[in-house]
Design a protein around this ligand. Structure first.
Ligand SMILES: [Zn+2]
Length: 420
């Protein structure tokens, strides 16, 4: 087993993140509970808790413990410490979601975009939805007299950090080949907003969401497969998100499934995405039944929703049933490649295609992965639809922003690269 040398500073950060994470999941916990869930010593938990109290990230409450008269002091995260905003910049929309400092979702706002929008428009959209989401959070959570920095106060001053998820190869942003261009826009955004910003890509966001809110804490090596317009994999190796040299690790949607196969929107032929992305699934249906009413005309999300509806008993549509069977085979074969390379303990499926069709896909995907993975690579591998709530990109990128904030106030040695 590999031994990682860590400094005491790293270990203290890790302990703080562990306690924070345990509090986030429990809602409310005593110091003893935290010792139990984190496996840290009571001395460490006591130190970490006092750091969190001092930093205003946690608050104490006294709970009288039922029949046993002695009150217990419990802790919870202090949501009112401020606001965190997660912005999901996707191909067809920009969505901002406002969270409190305990990462409870308060409100969101969305604008439909055109993938031909230029970078200036994208910056305008981000600023616009962020302000609207903050306004919405003030409207939805305001109870009179809850204090200036409390529930009612949702303006930019209350924002501790903004996470922005930006797809790597997005048209209009300068594209994957122009990271310098993306940087100059991020600087412009920072100027316009006057807030701490962290930018990352959606695959890192979904992996973070899975680490904090899903299966991540129970599995050291895990992959979250995102299925939507685009397709990709958030990879966690030995508890750490795999980023690679230029943060492009996990672009598995553009790995090869069929030599000289279908044309992918990245320009290459035969990519995984051209088969299991929403448009790829539509093409499969068109190949099975060219005249099928669902094969043309609707938006991608409507199409995927209609497929799910067409699978309902008592009379599931045979062409749609076959489409799902083929899609599961494509997906299973492509995941078997991931398994051969990463050898994970767990794979979760996320994204709107997974929410709609995951239940239908998973059994055949499991079978295929079992058949095609080398040796024992898939022995004991679990494949499930992710249990992460809501928009996992927004949740994940907000979590990254919270981690960055904790780094900025000196509570953790941030794991989020600064050069993003
Ligand atoms: Zn491709």
């Amino acid at each position: 087993m590999a031994v990682t040398r860590r400094t005491s500073r790293d270990i203290r950060s890790e302990s703080r993140l562990d306690v924070l994470h345990a509090l986030l999941l429990a809602g409310e916990a005593s110091r003893n509970d935290l010792v139990g869930t984190t496996g840290l010593s009571s001395a460490t938990v006591a130190t970490v808790v006092s750091d969190l109290l001092e930093g205003g990230l946690a608050t104490e409450a006294r709970r009288t413990g039922g029949r046993v008269g002695r009150p217990t002091t419990t802790l919870r995260l202090n949501g009112d410490r401020g606001r965190i905003v997660g912005v999901d910049v996707a191909e067809t929309y920009v969505r901002a979601t406002v969270f409190d400092a305990a990462l409870d979702e308060l409100a969101s706002a969305e604008v439909a975009t055109d993938e031909h929008d230029d970078a200036d428009r994208v910056v305008d959209h981000i600023v616009g939805v962020l302000d609207r989401a903050l306004e919405n959070s003030a409207l939805e959570s305001s109870a009179p007299g809850t204090g200036a920095a409390g529930r009612a106060g949702a303006s930019r001053e209350d924002v501790l950090g903004v996470g922005i998820s930006l797809p790597g190869g997005m048209a209009g942003w300068g594209g994957a080949a122009a990271p310098d261009a993306a940087w100059s826009h991020v600087d412009r955004l920072r100027e316009r907003l006057g807030l701490p910003i962290v930018v990352d890509n959606p695959l890192k966001a979904i992996a973070t969401a899975e680490l904090w809110f899903g299966e991540g804490r129970r599995h050291a090596s895990m992959i979250t497969v995102n299925l939507g317009t685009g397709v990709g994999a958030g990879i966690v190796l030995e508890g750490t998100i795999l980023r690679g040299a230029t943060n492009f690790a996990g672009e598995w949607g553009h790995s090869l499934l069929a030599f000289e196969g279908r044309r992918c929107r990245c320009g290459r032929r035969g990519c995984v995405e051209a088969y299991v992305g929403a448009e790829g699934i539509r093409q499969t249906l068109a190949e099975i039944d060219p005249g099928h009413p669902l094969a043309a005309g609707t938006t991608q999300r409507e199409f995927i929703g209609a497929l799910a509806a067409a699978l309902e008993p008592p009379s599931p549509d045979p062409a749609v049933t076959e489409t799902i069977e083929r899609t599961a085979r494509y997906l299973g074969s492509a995941i078997a490649d991931l398994v051969a390379i990463v050898n994970p303990e767990m794979i979760t499926l996320t994204g709107w295609t997974a929410w709609a069709l995951g239940g239908h896909l998973v059994p055949d995907v499991r079978r295929r992965v079992g058949e095609e993975s080398p040796g024992d690579a898939a022995a004991g591998l679990a494949i499930e639809v992710s249990t992460v709530r809501g928009n996992s990109v927004a949740t994940g990128i907000a979590t990254i922003a919270l981690e960055r904030f904790l780094g900025d106030v000196g509570l953790v040695t941030t794991r989020v690269p600064t050069a993003l």
